[in-house]
Design a protein around this ligand. Structure first.
Ligand code: SAM
Length: 257
């Protein structure tokens, strides 16, 4: 029997109904290109492969590559790369990419950031995450869990929590509840300079209790710009996602040439 590794977040789904439900929630079409993050033993893969024409799995654990390659040898569309998803060049992928995965819980945030960095290539992201993380991702302005990811996701996409999943359907059983979340990216237009926007939001929440005048001091110094006076005394949780866009635009407008 396969020896799972806790360090790789290997809790495999052992319930066909849930696996099918997750795949069906994406309404896969023959013309779709799906990328699966961490296929494990193929719980989702088995339902996805017959439904789509293009499929690529990115799996970090080399022991799983021969297992999956044998299991899905009859599928011409099955392709797999042995790589850490965080090192995978999403920017080389075609646009309208659809991503699916039961994510390793210890790497959820960096994986979502990696997708966000490439949001213009991605149509949607259907992921299983820890239930608390699902709540954080869909947190609105004003809630306790409002933070970096909720700001990014609300500016670049739309988050929907689909359903909860109990620990009993996994082996080994995780200690926490899970939930499936779907993120649809808004990738038709560029709202704001993405890199500067990311820096502004990350630096603001990096010092959550401090005023923007303090937390963004370094960023504006580097840009040779200024902090807009109407934002200077605010703390990050007082700033709505669309106001972060405005803040970034104002910082960029005041760059001294
Ligand atoms: N999809 C399978 C399922 O539902 O049973 C496995 C899910 S398991 C929670 C997470 C999977 O992601 C494991 O197969 C693990 O080896 C893989 N994984 C962990 N970290 C990864 C990373 N950084 N890049 C790619 N795959 C990773």
């Amino acid at each position: 029997m396969f020896q799972t590794k806790k360090s790789l977040g290997q809790n495999f789904l052992h319930d066909h109904n849930i696996s099918r439900k997750i795949v069906n929630s994406t309404n896969p079409q023959k013309t779709d290109y799906f990328l699966e993050i961490g296929p494990g033993e193929g719980a989702l893969t088995q339902f996805l492969l017959p439904a789509v024409s293009k499929y690529l799995a990115v799996e970090i654990d080399s022991r799983l590559i021969p297992i999956l390659s044998e299991k899905f040898q009859d599928y011409e569309n099955f392709k797999i790369i042995n790589s850490d998803f965080l090192d995978f060049e999403l920017s080389q992928m075609p646009t309208n990419l659809r991503i699916i995965g039961n994510l390793p819980y210890n790497a959820t945030s960096p994986i979502i950031f990696q997708c966000l960095e490439n949001y213009q290539r991605i149509q949607d992201l259907t992921i299983m995450v820890q239930k608390e993380v699902a709540d954080r991702l869909s947190a609105n302005y004003g809630s306790k869990t409002y933070g970096i990811l909720s700001v990014f996701l609300s500016v670049f996409g739309e988050v929907k929590k689909l359903f909860n999943v109990p620990p009993t359907v996994f082996f080994p059983k995780p200690k926490v509840d899970s939930a499936v979340v779907q993120i649809k990216f808004q990738n038709e237009f560029e709202l704001v300079n993405k890199d500067i926007f990311f820096r502004v939001v990350k630096a603001s929440f990096g010092k959550r209790r401090k005023m923007i005048s303090n937390s963004l001091a370094e960023v504006v110094k580097e840009l040779n710009s200024e902090i807009p006076s109407d934002f200077a005394k605010l703390r990050p949780e007082q700033i709505k996602p669309e106001e972060f866009v405005l803040l970034t635009q104002k910082i960029l407008e005041s760059v001294k040439k």
